[in-house]
Design a protein around this ligand. Structure first.
Ligand code: HEC
Length: 445
């Protein structure tokens, strides 16, 4: 208490505290106003987990994948911090989506809060840029090929498309320069822009005041300060959000795909779920319609979103008195969720890897077969390259006999006789036979 008084006499903390906590909320505190705070909390969580990941991460094609593996498997709690960062990124998108929906439904973007809405839309765009740049950093197959698809889209912009792609990639192709560029954007440029945007967003909130309920009568019934009830509601939701993200990080494993292989253009990448609806939309827009999907519609959409407070001139805030705005919003959501649904259904239709083959893959790692064998450029050179052994040796019996005793089929072989059970041998042979040049590469791992 003494220390507080000492500081207070110098820094005038009490006055600041009052300014921060006494903000009046028209119509009183409500659970519907919590999404902004939840989003802000998740930004902070991303910043903190990101700083810890940056301690080990190295943004170069030679090292990135290994450093992420190291974080995942060697660093104490590395898997947990990485999980928090991964699921936190998804949670931010959900929180922003709900926040946006609430603001839209309540007509809170209407005068005098237009500047706040515009800054909010910019924050949403920064968040998507965070997602896009962050996806490349682990440098696995998904990261590499999804970014390839994403940067290719930019090329369809007329006149400046090629220039934009070169700017994004740092050259003709996706490589070391792209990775360091995306890393710099992800950890330096975007955080600076985001923090400035958040400060501006909150500054405008304090100058223009919160919008409160859509009904004038309820707003006129009086207001309530931010502290204590709204602070309490926000805190409860923030705790719930943290527990959900931490629970996901602890229970749902999030493995890396194979190391990025720029030569393997048969790989079909899967983007993050919040880009999936767009990915599905792209599939319908092939040929001459493609530029429509890759830049015309997205550009119009962003422009429309930015200008929304000026396009929607209806002064009414009650949803029932705004049929056009509300039905447009509902139609948009229906389209997005339908596209997302179709896309998820297609993803599940990809044949899952046979569990026996998956177990064979695990045994391959456990028995350190890679000490002598190579798979797509990884591993030792003592034994034959096994990348396409399923094509070269399609005979299951040969593999069974070979694993039981290598020398019985390859006299003089230096491959050791591993202490494997019959099931191990069956699964390993299944895995060997699955290593073909036309394997279902997108699935599994
Ligand atoms: C000490 C090095 C060494 C280790 C460890 C090793 N191998 Fe081998 N492997 C060889 C050599 C040498 C050959 C070539 C001679 C032969 O066919 O046995 C070979 C051959 C093979 C072949 C036949 C490939 C072909 O195209 O003829 C398969 C399949 C194979 N190994 C799988 C495995 C698996 C699975 C493991 C792990 C359980 C493993 N190897 C561990 C050295 C090794």
């Amino acid at each position: 208490m003494r220390i507080y008084e000492w500081l207070d006499s110098r820094l005038k903390l009490t006055r600041l505290e009052r300014t921060l906590l006494d903000e009046p909320i028209p119509g009183g505190a409500s659970w519907i106003y919590v999404f902004g705070s939840a989003t802000l909390f998740l930004f902070v969580l991303q910043a903190i987990t990101g700083m810890f990941l940056a301690i080990y991460y190295v943004p170069s094609p030679d090292a990135a994948y290994d450093t992420v593996q190291f974080i995942q498997h060697e660093v104490s709690f590395g898997w947990f911090v990485r999980g928090l960062h991964h699921w936190g990124a998804s949670a931010v998108m959900v929180a922003i989506g709900l926040h946006l929906l609430q603001v839209y439904l309540y007509g809170a973007y209407k005068p005098p809060r237009e500047p706040m809405w515009i800054v909010g839309v910019l924050l949403l765009l920064f968040m998507m840029a965070f997602g896009f740049t962050g996806y490349l950093l682990p440098w696995d197959q998904n990261a590499y090929w999804a970014t390839q698809v994403g940067t290719n889209m930019v090329a369809s912009v007329p006149m400046i498309g090629d220039l934009l792609v070169r700017l994004l990639r740092g050259g003709e192709s996706l490589g070391a320069l792209t990775l360091s560029r995306f890393f710099a954007l992800h950890v330096l440029f975007l955080p600076t822009l985001l923090v400035s945007g958040v400060v501006l967003h909150l500054f405008i909130l304090r100058r223009a005041g919160p919008a409160g309920p859509w009904s004038q009568e309820r707003a006129r019934q009086g207001s309530e300060p931010f502290y204590p009830r709204q602070v309490f509601m926000d805190a409860v939701v923030v705790l719930g959000v943290y527990l959900t993200v931490a629970g996901l990080a602890m229970t749902v494993p999030f493995p890396l795909a194979d190391r990025a292989d720029p030569a393997d253009n048969t790989f079909t990448p899967v983007p993050e779920w919040y880009f999936l609806f767009f990915y599905q939309f792209l599939k319908y827009m092939s040929g001459p319609l493609e530029p429509l999907a890759t830049w015309v519609l997205p550009a119009l959409f962003i422009l429309g979103l930015l200008l929304l407070p000026f396009l929607d001139r209806n002064p009414e805030r009650r949803p029932l008195a705004r049929p056009v705005a509300v039905s447009a919003g509902v139609a948009f959501l229906l389209v997005v969720f339908a596209l997302l649904g179709i896309s998820l259904k297609n993803l599940y239709a990809i044949p899952r890897e046979d569990p026996s083959v998956a177990r064979g893959r695990m045994l391959y790692a456990q028995n350190h077969c890679a000490a002598c064998h190579r798979l797509h450029g990884e591993g030792g050179k003592v034994g034959p390259d096994l990348s396409y052994v399923g094509d070269e040796r399609p005979d299951r019996d040969w593999h069974l006999r070979h694993f039981r005793d290598p020398q019985s089929v390859s006299p003089g072989s230096i491959m050791p006789k591993f202490p494997l059970t019959d099931k191990d041998i069956t699964d390993l042979s299944g895995y060997m036979l699955s290593l073909k040049s036309q394997a279902t590469k997108g699935a599994g791992t």
